[in-house]
Design a protein around this ligand. Sequence first.
Ligand code: GYE
Length: 352
Amino acid sequence: MKKKILAAFMAAAMVAGMSAINVAAEEEGGDVITVGFSQVGAESDWRTANTESMQTTFSEENGYELIFSDAQQKQENQLTAVRNFIQQEVDYILLAPVTETGWDTVLQEAKDAEIPVIIVDRMVDVSDDSLYTTWIGTDSLLEGRKAAEWLNAYATAKEIAPEDLHIVDIQGTIGSTAQIGRTQGLEEGVEKYGWDLLEQQSGEFTQAKGQEVMESMLKKYDNINVVYCENDNEAFGAIDAIEAAGKTVGTDIAAGEILVISFDTTNAGLTNVLEGKIACDVECNPLHGPRAEALIQALEAGEEVEKLNYVDEEIFAFDDTVASVTAVNSLDEEGEYAVTPITQEIIDGRAY
Ligand code: GYE
């Protein structure tokens, strides 16, 4: 008898206990924000830092469930990922689009499902801006213009005639915002100052492709003295190719050195600046996790958010020949931007 009572009591306690746990889980579940993030890939150091920033921000401890999808640089994978997020009824979709075009249909589907879409890093080119809620990222055109103005100021200070700058452009993924803006910045410089632009070819933002493209360009032209790399990883590949060809990477163009310009200012990129292998590196900040979260929190609170959110960025160079550059941003505002000569301390103090 006693045993039976005890068993019944225990069973009741278990049911009560379990349902208490369930209630707690449901309550917690109610607060958890589910975020689907379609990432471009893992093509560069910048991208790795960007992924890390998103993953640490949208963590369980912070009250999120993150569904992460790596598209391996393919738009079709991103279309599938976004459609999966819609099916899973996530609360928010974060999309770092590989290229700008081709998003109208899938974004319409997200809109119809009433899931807010936050575009991160690169932009989308859509016929109707209401297809996404907001965008957070960097001003690639401004970055390109900063680099071009630095090159002009540096060459002028070293008394190198514009027509004596023989430039090759290792472009990013064709059709991506980062490529479009950085390429345009260089092309405007060519137009404005009369530089000799020998060739443009995509290095897909990777070290391997950057190296391959540089190798082929070195075979074609014997007078290259400036390499404009549209990200750090391409620069690492280009530097390897130049050195393997028996040429010297550096900043003394008159002495026959090949000057490298780059973007991103990753830890390894800035280390190359310190060594004088990259002359000028224009910052592109990848730490978008907290920025995207701030937008989500504002939306959760029912606040209006800006449509376009640009991040402020710096310029680093191997020396102090150029103190600052003047450039116009994507919103048509002219600004003066300081150029910081790199030091080990600066590198050590940075988060990526
Ligand atoms: O510069 C590059 C990455 O879209 C800004 O993509 C980003 C670029 C970044 O692969 O390294």
